[in-house]
Write a protein that binds this ligand. Structure first.
Ligand SMILES: [Ca+2]
Ligand SMILES: [Ca+2]
Ligand SMILES: [Ca+2]
Ligand SMILES: [Ca+2]
Length: 100
């Protein structure tokens, strides 16, 4: 089943066309999604959950950074969201003895 032409004024956009990355957010293949993953001209982005600009090996080819797919490298060896090192222990305030 063929979809209808979503951009009748743009010859490069029709249900048989391949999605292309473009600055004008044209839905080239008429699937309702502009600049789909793996579109022509896409760039590989890696997930960077802790936002230190170093990504992991989880990747998608996208037209632009999207969500956690924001890094162009996969150099992060530790991409945990909390940048803090785990504390060994927490000092507790002294408990007051309750006299009964
Ligand atoms: Ca068209
Ligand atoms: Ca599309
Ligand atoms: Ca497009
Ligand atoms: Ca990271």
């Amino acid at each position: 089943m063929r979809g209808e032409d979503c951009h009748d004024d743009i010859a490069a956009a029709n249900p048989d066309a391949a999605e292309e990355c473009d600055a004008d957010d044209i839905d080239h293949d008429c699937d309702g999604d502009v600049n789909d993953p793996s579109a022509l001209g896409c760039v590989t982005f890696y997930t960077d959950v802790d936002k230190d600009s170093y990504g992991t090996t989880t990747s998608q080819c996208l037209c632009e950074a999207e969500g956690t797919y924001s890094s162009t490298n996969n150099d992060d060896c530790d991409d945990n969201q909390s940048g803090d090192q785990p504390r060994g222990y927490r000092r507790r305030g002294r408990r007051r003895r309750l006299q009964l």
